[in-house]
Design a protein around this ligand. Structure first.
Ligand code: LLP
Length: 429
């Protein structure tokens, strides 16, 4: 993680900012995003595709991190957006990403969302079913507009990733069954209000091996030929996201390898190409700062518990997917601190509120701070206020500068939208 370094005096430093300075100023838990890392990774990804000699549009998957500042940093690099709701569409546009660079994915778009997307002139709607196609045709006609449509195909390929984040299997709810794709594409071409522009595919997330991609893209190429054989045009291929990162000891998915897979399987088809990466761009750019509330002794012979002030409501991935996130102290190691095995947990009243079992860490007492690593994607966006825990503060670091990009939520804000019906009130004596 090149943007993180350990200094004898300052402890853990992100870009040029000591993380302790942020924790001193704002308290914890606090999310910190590195703008420099976002730019470096975006440029790396773009360069890998450029090297294949083919133009590829990069649509950042907004679901991974929808903060306006994050979107703006990526937009300034030339990124478009992949959105899955009317809310994400609005966020992307509020951050300055033009509608002409936004694609709309998702298995259940509402009429209101379709209208919004068409009215702003969205670049492409990825349609996931025959049923949705019919609905979109009706909505587009009523709006007097034409919907640029890519059909998202379910290739029935195993991405070899966690069951909860695999999307390209026949048993998954996503995409159009492969064997019905050509028929539906031909049907789409005949539907009023619909302009089929191409095909889309997204087989899953945190993919670190290239074979599933290759298999899926080969199937996509076969479809292009079959559709063209019917005299129809296929101009756009949206290759999805999913490129994985190294949380623990996995080898990070290489942009060069993905670019090569896409180039080999789809490069000769004379289409415009697009990808929808989320995690690979944003994941390694973020950390979550937390403080040890207390160090609790366990049963005899068992590791102690380090109870953090961050919890599953902040970072949900460990409890939801058994995901592994690195945990490192903010303080520089001292010769005196012996390493020990600990369970790192949050204070929420569920056993699933655990960040790591049997972690080896230098001895830490209450008040010590840690950073949870690789939290820039699917971190803050998945937070909740479970246990009436306000949403954590957010910070962006850029070189030696840092700024609060979202204030810590106040406790009062938690119930600001609640109301007590009059008749409930009256029963209170
Ligand atoms: N495109 C589509 C249509 C998607 O559904 C997704 C992610 C992406 C692109 C971006 O995938 P990425 O490049 O980030 O892998 N919450 C889970 C991940 C869910 C991913 C859902 N779809 C996690 O924390 O691991």
């Amino acid at each position: 993680r090149p943007a993180l370094s350990m200094h004898a005096m300052d402890g853990l430093v992100l870009e040029d900012v000591p993380l302790n300075a942020i924790a001193d100023a704002l308290g914890t838990p606090t999310w910190v995003m590195s703008a420099g890392t976002l730019r470096t990774r975006y440029r790396h990804l773009a360069a890998a595709f450029r090297a294949t000699g083919q133009a590829v549009s990069i649509h950042f998957a907004v679901k991974a991190n929808d903060h306006l500042a994050v979107l703006r940093v990526l937009a300034a690099e030339g990124a478009g957006a992949d959105v899955v709701s009317g809310g994400e569409l609005r966020r992307a546009m509020a951050a300055g990403i033009p509608a002409g660079r936004i694609v709309f994915s998702g298995v259940g778009k509402t009429v209101v969302e379709m209208q919004a997307a068409l009215r702003v002139g969205i670049a492409q709607i990825n349609v996931e079913s025959a049923e949705e196609l019919e609905l979109l045709s009706i909505v587009a006609q009523a709006e007097g507009l034409e919907a640029p449509v890519a059909l998202r195909i379910n290739p029935d390929v195993d991405a070899g990733t966690h069951a909860k984040i695999t999307t390209g299997l026949a048993t998954n709810k996503f995409g159009i069954p492969y064997n019905r794709a050509v028929e539906l594409y031909a049907h789409a071409a005949s539907l009023p209000g619909i302009r089929p522009v191409g095909l889309a595919m997204h087989i899953g997330s945190q993919i670190v091996r290239m074979q599933p991609y290759r298999t899926a893209y080969a199937r996509l190429a076969a479809l292009v030929h079959a559709i063209r054989a019917r005299g129809l045009k296929v101009d756009v291929l949206d290759c999805g996201g999913g490129l994985g990162i190294s949380y623990r000891d996995e080898t990070e998915g290489a942009p060069e390898a993905l670019a090569a897979a896409i180039h080999t399987e789809l490069g000769g088809l004379d289409t415009h190409l697009a990808i929808e990466p989320g995690r690979w761009l944003a994941g390694p750019a973020g950390v979550l700062l937390s403080t040890v509330i207390l160090r609790k002794r366990g049963y005899d012979g068992m590791p102690p518990f380090l109870v953090l002030d961050a919890a599953m409501n902040d970072l949900m991935r460990p409890s939801l997917y058994d995901a592994w996130h690195g945990i490192i102290p903010l303080a520089a190691a001292t010769a005196a601190a012996k390493e020990e095995q600990v369970h790192v947990v949050g204070p929420v009243c569920e056993s699933g509120d655990t960040f790591g079992h049997d972690r080896t860490l230098p001895h830490m007492e209450a008040g010590a701070r840690v950073a949870l690593l690789d939290c820039g994607a699917y971190g803050m966006v998945m937070s909740s206020t479970y246990n009436a825990r306000p949403l954590a503060a957010q910070v962006m670091v850029d070189g030696s500068r840092w700024a609060v990009i979202r204030e810590r939520q106040t406790v009062e804000e938690l119930w600001a939208a609640d109301s007590i019906p009059q008749w409930v009130n009256q029963t209170l004596l």
